[in-house]
Design a protein. Sequence first.
Length: 442
Amino acid sequence: MNAVSDIAREAGIIGAGGAGFPTHVKLSGRAEIVIANGAECEPLLEADVRLMEERAFEVVEGLCLAMAATGAQKGYLAVKAKNEAAIRAVDRVLSAVPEDIEVHLLDDYYPAGDEFVLVPEVTGRRVPAMGIPISVGVVVHNVGSLFNLHQARLGKPVTERRLTVTGFVRKTQTMTVPVGALAFDVLAAVGGPTCADPVIIAGGPMMGRVVDTLDEPVTKTTSGLIVLPATHPLAVMRTMPLAERLARTRTACDLCRRCTDLCPRFGLGHQLRPDEILRAVGYSLRPPEFDGLYRSAWLCSGCNLCELYACPLFLYPASINVALKAEMAAGGLGLRAAQQAPLPRPETPRVLVNDLIRRLGLSAVAKQDIGRQERPLEVDRVRLLMRQHLGAPAAPVVRIGDQVEAGQVVGEIPRGALGARVHASINGRVTAVSAEAVEVAA
Ligand code: SF4
Ligand code: SF4
């Protein structure tokens, strides 16, 4: 641990890009290179891009803090070349800092922000399958996490989240909302859905999760809310029950192999072949014959390119991997060491985001202008989940009836566990406490 790591721990900072790994852990070791990940490769979202445009100083300061904490001599800020305003803003700030930091320009492809793809692209170093970037001397932080690190240095814990609200809503907008704000209140602030029977995806269209109820809260990792009519092809695919996805995929696959050929992890040389897994599942081949093949599902990142883009028959190879992982986790089956060695592979074709948008049927949505919000959203109730991060859930440290202030700790990291603190995001009275969440009303 070091002072910067302590600050991150106190402030409850986690990976804002989606995985939610506690940032203080990444700041507590040594590294040679730190990458600020501003790739924001999911279509439709632009919370990170706006952050770099509007708060470039704080993002760069956060990167400098992360470099100092880990002893890294080299920093990169990875951003897509198309985001010219963000690049200009970052360049202006970088010209005034002494650290050795370069802007690395990325093409507009998906999944450019995946650490396994990003680290070799920026540094030429390849992260081993099932490894982490630090195994090759690199640490990657989302630009939102670095912004939060700067804020934490000023004594401000993570109480807000920047996200893009888009799709079939009255006013598409990138906005800052209190962590714990309910989807209902966020959507109300943009005028609500413009379609009947809306399906809401929290996150991006590729890796986001369908929201079950409008009472679901925004978390520290919620990068967007996308509203689609239930009849939209993407909504249909994302809401299909898993059992039906599996049944269709088992019976209809024509073994064309396109899912494997476009799989980014296969392209990196990882021993992952979704078409072969599918064939084994389709023929109901069971371990031990296909034990190793099934286990290779652990190498799947869940990027969903195979099922939302590659497969010409709209089948669900990624969902098969999800089901296999759940089954293997229950049985205590992990990846085998032999499968972690990379194989030489020809370069995988890159999937351009514009092609992805067309395939997802989101061209009209992508053309909408995304507005800017003048000031952060104010809400009169929040639901603060105790598990917004990887590791153990936070343990509530308040009781019903307590008065809390924004920034006050309401969930603490259990002793000796990997985790992250949770803070109140509004002033108010605690109205509910459980192992899952603390609710506060203004
Ligand atoms: S979701 Fe599909 S394309 Fe993505 S890593 Fe997994 S198998 Fe490969
Ligand atoms: S792309 Fe679709 S049809 Fe082709 S092998 Fe993969 S799952 Fe089967």
